[in-house]
Design a protein around this ligand. Structure first.
Ligand SMILES: C=CC1=C(C)c2cc3[nH]c(cc4nc(cc5[nH]c(cc1n2)c(C)c5CCC(=O)O)C(CCC(=O)O)=C4C)c(C)c3C=C
Ligand code: FE2
Ligand code: FE2
Length: 324
């Protein structure tokens, strides 16, 4: 029997193409114009975006990107590529399987990558958004882009869409192991802070399960690490705009911890499969300084899973078993 032509499309958020204000503006325009990301009425948001956000934010963001940019470009892109190369390595002997990277915003776009797969006559497509916790702002926007493209195809391949893997045993163990390894090498703080990307509060009320999935992930990690109450906490970072977002806010917690006597902490970001601006700059630079200025003494960021063997194993399980 001849096996089907399979493609695995691993999707991340994306980054600006270059380290320039122009490129950051182009990226933010595409990202923040997605109605899944900002839910305000379109005409109102168009005015805010074009008159209050895009004239200013890119200048501020480019400085943050400059802190993490390397010869290989944006960490989010090259670290995602490194993971994909390793996953692809496991299918090297199989000419029927291709593993491809795509970004929701910026290159390589979902549309261009899907068109390549269409040309290659792909018969089975697995889409893995690199978001362990489902959110309408991220996972659903990947789905929208895939569906919009497939609507134009005459032949629709068999489709697997991984909606989330927030309590997948390999994912939970991988994070817990990474914490244990970090503790073994650099010592252990008094508190493990688990920071997830924030979200407007209203989305949870409207049925977005992200908040509950974050809490669930955090509880499972704490359980695997045998942490007692008081030894771990969940916070939400990267608030954007003035609306109420998920709480407690990461920054407010970091400012308060030293006064509570917690001056030596470890911090992980389990919602980020790949290190990026939000972990490398916001968490490991800006927020670290906020904690130290508030009287904190030790602050250790524990890296995302990136292209670790454990993350490759997780991807392979999502591909073969569709998670659990
Ligand atoms: C309305 C604003 C935003 C929502 C909602 C949002 C949700 C959300 N984002 C991620 C993951 C990432 N976000 C990243 C950057 C980033 N996020 C926002 C805004 C919202 N995010 C902005 C404006 C930016 C750009 C940078 C900046 O100007 O601050 C990134 C990093 C991108 C990179 O290039 O490294 C990631 C990853 C999740 C998981 C999420 C909802 C759960
Ligand atoms: Fe974001
Ligand atoms: Fe940020």
């Amino acid at each position: 029997m001849v096996s089907k032509k399979k493609a695995i499309l691993i999707v991340n958020l994306g980054s600006p193409e270059q380290l320039t204000v122009r490129a950051v503006r182009r990226f933010l325009r595409q990202f923040l114009s997605d109605p899944r990301v900002v839910n305000l009425p379109r005409s109102l948001w168009w005015l805010i975006l074009n008159f209050f956000v895009l004239p200013f934010r890119p200048r501020q963001s480019v400085k943050a990107y400059a802190e993490v940019w390397t010869d290989r470009g944006s960490p989010l892109i090259y670290l995602t590529q490194d993971l994909i190369d390793k996953v692809a390595g496991h299918f090297q002997q199989d000419p029927h399987v291709s593993v491809v990277m795509a970004m929701s915003y910026g290159p390589p776009s979902l549309t261009s990558q899907l068109r390549k797969l269409q040309k290659a006559q792909c018969e089975q497509l697995t889409v893995i958004p690199l978001y362990p916790q489902y959110s309408s702002t991220t996972t659903a926007s990947v789905f929208d882009a895939v569906a919009t493209e497939l609507m134009q195809w005459r032949y629709i391949p068999e489709l697997n869409f991984i909606s989330d893997y927030h309590r997948h045993p390999i994912y939970i163990s991988a994070i817990a192991d990474s914490v244990q390894q970090a503790w073994a090498v650099q010592g252990r703080g008094e508190l493990l802070l688990m920071s997830f990307h924030g979200l407007p509060d209203l989305l949870t009320q409207k049925g977005d399960p992200y908040y509950y999935q974050c809490l669930n992930t955090a509880e499972l990690i704490a359980e695997q690490l045998n942490l007692k109450d008081g030894q771990w906490r969940v916070v939400f970072q990267s608030r954007f705009g003035k609306a109420k977002w998920l709480q407690p806010y990461c920054i407010e917690t970091l400012k308060a911890l030293p006064d509570e006597g917690l001056k030596n902490i470890d911090i992980i970001c389990p919602g980020f499969a790949i290190d990026c601006l939000e972990t490398l700059e916001e968490i490991n630079m800006t927020n670290k300084n906020i904690f130290l200025e508030a009287g904190g003494e030790q602050y250790r960021y524990i890296a995302a899973l990136n292209d670790s063997d454990a993350n490759v194993k997780l991807m392979l399980d999502l591909i073969t078993n569709r998670g659990s």
